[in-house]
Design a protein around this ligand. Structure first.
Ligand code: GLP
Length: 217
């Protein structure tokens, strides 16, 4: 596990953008990566060299709703092609299976970029999630629902195993409200109460965090 601690959010945005290279990448939503997307846009990134798979979606939700992750991508990566789970799928299990198959067909993930929830969740893998899970329908914790200002209580998400299958993982965290989660994630051994802690078992994982998020290490 590599730990990079940067002074502030802007440095983090630039350092995160440096990790993005041509290939198959998993991208997160949330407030944390917004600056990285801005930075990538300002670098005139050649998006045709990336095959993007978004990590997760709220479920069930009409993609056209402003709080949907589809709307998030349209705002933050305008004009960019991407793959995303269908948040209005009638058969969620089938949708998840098909998503796993498309990741495989693309050659697997070269890089997975993640945020982290206050409770240590990665994508929508909440505490208690079995680390062997592939893409699945997940129940969200009350805190995740309120932090994300959601009406829905579930999500479709790449599983911990899907994320762990990426050749390289980059986890981003900004701000003191993530300090407890970062400490739990980096404290051995990996355990069910902190989903991000399974990343300790990954052979090429970097935690890129600002000083505030690192304040409890
Ligand atoms: C949501 C997303 C996660 C994200 C997390 C943190 O729950 N499903 O992928 O990492 O929020 O969001 P933020 O970056 O806004 O703190």
């Amino acid at each position: 596990m590599i730990k990079i601690i940067v002074k502030n959010g802007e440095e983090l945005d630039r350092a995160a953008a440096d990790f993005v290279e041509p290939g198959v990448v998993a991208f997160p939503t949330g407030s944390t990566p917004v600056g990285m997307y801005r930075e990538l846009r300002s670098r005139s990134m050649d998006w045709t060299k990336l095959t993007i798979f978004m990590l997760d979606v709220n479920y069930p939700q009409d993609p056209s709703e402003p709080t949907s992750f589809y709307s998030f991508v349209k705002t933050n990566l305008p004009g960019v092609e991407f793959n995303m789970l269908n948040s209005a799928a009638e058969d969620p299990a089938k949708e998840c299976e098909a998503y796993e198959a498309s990741i495989k067909a693309a050659g697997g993930l070269d890089l997975a970029i993640l945020g982290i929830g206050k409770n240590g969740h990665i994508a929508y893998n909440e505490p208690g999630t079995n680390p062997e899970t592939l893409t699945h329908l997940a129940n969200l914790e009350p805190d995740t629902i309120s932090v994300n200002n959601l009406k829905i209580q579930q999500g479709l998400t790449m599983g911990i195993k899907t994320i762990m299958s990426a050749k390289k993982v980059l986890l981003l965290a900004k701000g003191s409200n993530k300090a407890d989660a970062i400490k739990a994630a980096l404290t051995p051994p990996p355990n069910l109460s902190c989903p991000a802690s399974w990343l300790q078992n990954h052979s090429d994982c970097t935690f890129l965090i600002d000083e505030a998020a690192a304040s409890k290490l």
